[in-house]
Design a protein around this ligand. Structure first.
Ligand code: G4P
Length: 284
């Protein structure tokens, strides 16, 4: 599998340096993860990048993830003593709690400023996360603006302006775009299933087949309900063929149109139409 399409050691080094420069300007980091794959969507060296800067983990796209799994992940981050919140950047669900947490984790700093006579100094924050995790959506939602697409270029683009959010909070308008994990095959698949990396590692048919294997294992009921198929002991390929039949993905001669079927499965999974499904649980 070749996942490090756009990321070379040189890029990572540059990215890290520019992020670290910006980190020195902020009081708190908002680390965005995909709630469906909190482990797989985390940058491998995030701890060393953020170091001892206050940090809040935002489990974004929690609207697409399994409710119970969301709670397990929150407990997991609690144990690691990193404050985390479940978030939906499209609707903005979670904003109030985010503002509250940001204030909490920066309280010490604020007090130290106040003790030196600096009052009403804004709390400054920046967003970090891998591509497609929802950084631009979050910035737009927090700022009440639309269309400030940041793109997926590594590192940070130039403008660097502060967006006033509410109360004392100011947000850096350009997020830090981090590289994903490369090492584990499972992680690569999770990133591809959720669309974090766009069909780069496998062809669509194989990817959809692999996704079906996982869903048969972890979410059989969702699969059966969505496509009206019995699973019994069917292989992923047999299930795919049944789905193809159900959705009328048939080419001339009665053959299944695998490519069309695969696209349906991936697309519907990514949009949450198959169900609210979390692909990985905390390891403990
Ligand atoms: P990025 O800046 O981190 O790269 O991510 P961006 O905000 O562009 O979001 C990537 C996709 O994820 C977008 O879908 C966006 O609408 C979606 N998204 C972001 N936050 C949430 C969330 O909390 N819940 C849900 N359900 N979706 C969210 P898109 O416009 O369809 O883009 P694409 O997937 O076609 O690239």
């Amino acid at each position: 599998m070749n996942m490090n399409i756009n990321w070379y050691p040189g890029h990572m080094k540059k990215t890290r340096e520019s992020i670290q420069k910006n980190l020195s300007l902020v009081d708190v980091v908002f680390e965005l993860l995909d709630a469906r794959i909190p482990y797989s969507s985390q940058n491998p060296v995030i701890d060393s990048i953020v170091s001892n800067k206050p940090r809040v983990i935002i489990m974004n796209k929690s609207d697409l993830a399994d409710h119970n799994a969301n709670i397990l992940w929150q407990n997991h981050f609690n144990k690691e003593q990193i404050p985390s919140i479940l978030f939906d950047a499209i609707s903005g669900k979670g904003v109030e709690r985010l503002l509250k947490l940001a204030a909490e984790v920066t309280e010490e700093k604020r007090k130290s400023y106040e003790s030196r006579g600096v009052i009403n100094r804004p709390i400054r924050a920046m967003i970090l996360g891998i591509p497609n995790v929802g950084k631009s959506t979050l910035i737009n939602t927090l700022s009440g603006k639309k269309g400030a697409k940041t793109g997926n270029r590594p590192g940070i683009t130039k403008s660097n302006q502060w967006i006033k959010i509410r109360g004392q909070l100011e947000l850096l308008d350009t997020p830090g775009i981090l590289w994903p994990k490369f090492e584990e095959e499972k992680v690569g698949l999770n990133l591809a299933f959720t669309g974090a990396i766009k069909d780069e590692i496998l062809d669509t048919d194989t990817l959809a087949l692999k996704l079906l294997e996982v869903l048969i294992e972890i979410a059989p009921d969702h699969l059966m309900n969505r496509y009206n198929v019995e699973l019994d002991n069917k292989t992923a390929l047999e299930v795919m063929e049944l789905i193809g039949v159900r959705r009328g993905c048939i080419v001339k001669g009665g053959e299944i149109d695998y490519s069309k079927t695969s696209n349906i499965i991936l697309d519907e999974f990514r949009k949450g139409k198959i169900g609210k499904i979390t692909l990985e649980l905390p390891r403990e």
